[in-house]
Every structure is written in structure tokens, then in C-alpha cells.
Design a protein around this ligand. Structure first.
Ligand SMILES: [Zn+2]
Length: 206
């Protein structure tokens, strides 16, 4: 009997619940095949890519925010393994060879999935990201509503020991709406959700 709130078939087939972190590295040649250019408002004219479903959901989210008088800006989306690798080693060089955790290890970045996106407000353009974004009206709107559009806040404040990433109220991650609502309801991070659903599936199959 399957009595988990998310359908078995969805968990087995969803491409949107992929986990990327230090313990689950994506392959160096992992490139999502359905990347598209975002059509939402951006911080500059430079193109930003995400997977098709994530881009569509982000457009819906930006439109809903606008209806509430909230103007969001996309900052960075898909990042290739190669770009992440360059960023990581540049950071190491700058930091006398020490990994200070600011730039994710190659293969561990949520941005390589094509489902992660940094979203900021107008006053944040050109500035360093800080957790103070959570206290802006745009940050508050995101925290309240992103779940209804298939997104989660990937790196939560009270989950830093599990994600091994500092609180990032600007980093949204598309997982699909069934999963985002469940994760929100349970107050999980993606690591906790992954542990749970994989255990439930294993027990069901054995
Ligand atoms: Zn990010």
C-alpha cells in the first residue's frame, strides 16, 4: 500500500527532485537537455538559462508577484560544470588554496541542475548577496509564496547543518508544485525530503 502524500510514479520519474550537494555530485558532463532563455525581468541583458518547466514556473511566479506590487529580478540560473569549476578554482587561488565555502565545489552546485535561480530586488543589483534580503518586501513575498509555484528556498536558515550551505533567501529551486508544497508543509530542506522519499520507495519495493 502506498500511503505517502506524493505519488510513487512522480517520485520515480521526476527529473525535478534531483539533489546536488557535496555528497551527491553531478557528473561533469551533466547538462540538462531542455534549457531555455528566461523571459522574466533580469538584472542585465545577459541571457539566463533554466530548464523549460522551471522557466515557465518562474514566469508565473514573477507575474503573481507583480500583481502584488512586487518587482523581482533574475540574477543567475543555469551554470555549467565548467563554469563552476573555473569559479571554484579562482576562489581557491584568491583564498590561498583554502575552500571558504563561498563557491560550491564543482558538481555540487544547485545551479548545474538548471532548476536553481537567484532572485533579488532592484536595490540588490550590483551588491553582494546577504541574508538581509529576507527582510525586504520582495524577500518576504518569495518566502511566503514561492511554494505555490513549484519552488522551494533551497538553503534555509535552520538547515545549514544539513545543506552545508549558508542561508540564501534569494536562491530558489524548482521541484514541481506537489513537492514544493509538501516540503513547505513539513519544513524540510531538499536533503531531508530526499532521505525520506528514498526510504519510503525502498520500503515499498522490498
Ligand atoms: Zn544561487
Amino acid at each position: 500500500m502506498w500511503n505517502y502524500p506524493i505519488p510513487y510514479e512522480l517520485l520515480k520519474s521526476s527529473e525535478y527532485i534531483v539533489l546536488a550537494n557535496k555528497d551527491h555530485l553531478l557528473d561533469s558532463d551533466y547538462i540538462p537537455q531542455d534549457l531555455v532563455k528566461l523571459t522574466v525581468r533580469k538584472i542585465s541583458s545577459d541571457p539566463i538559462q533554466m530548464r523549460q518547466a522551471a522557466s515557465d514556473a518562474l514566469t508565473t511566479l514573477f507575474d503573481a508577484a507583480k500583481e502584488d506590487g512586487i518587482y523581482l529580478y533574475a540574477h543567475s540560473g543555469y551554470r555549467s560544470y565548467r563554469t563552476q569549476n573555473t569559479m571554484y578554482y579562482n576562489r581557491l587561488k584568491k583564498n590561498n588554496g583554502k575552500d571558504d565555502g563561498v563557491v560550491a565545489y564543482p558538481g555540487s552546485s544547485d545551479h548545474q541542475t538548471g532548476l536553481g535561480i537567484d532572485v533579488i530586488n532592484k536595490s540588490g543589483i550590483g551588491k553582494k548577496f546577504t541574508s538581509a534580503f529576507a527582510n525586504t518586501k520582495e524577500g518576504k513575498w518569495i518566502a511566503e509564496h514561492c511554494w505555490d509555484y513549484g519552488f522551494i528556498i533551497r538553503y534555509q536558515k535552520d538547515k545549514e547543518d544539513l545543506t552545508q550551505i549558508i542561508y540564501e533567501p534569494w536562491h530558489l529551486r524548482y521541484v514541481g508544485v506537489e513537492v514544493s508544497r509538501y516540503i513547505h508543509q513539513m519544513n524540510y530542506c531538499l536533503e531531508e525530503f530526499t532521505d525520506e522519499w528514498q526510504r519510503v520507495v525502498y520500503e515499498y519495493e522490498h
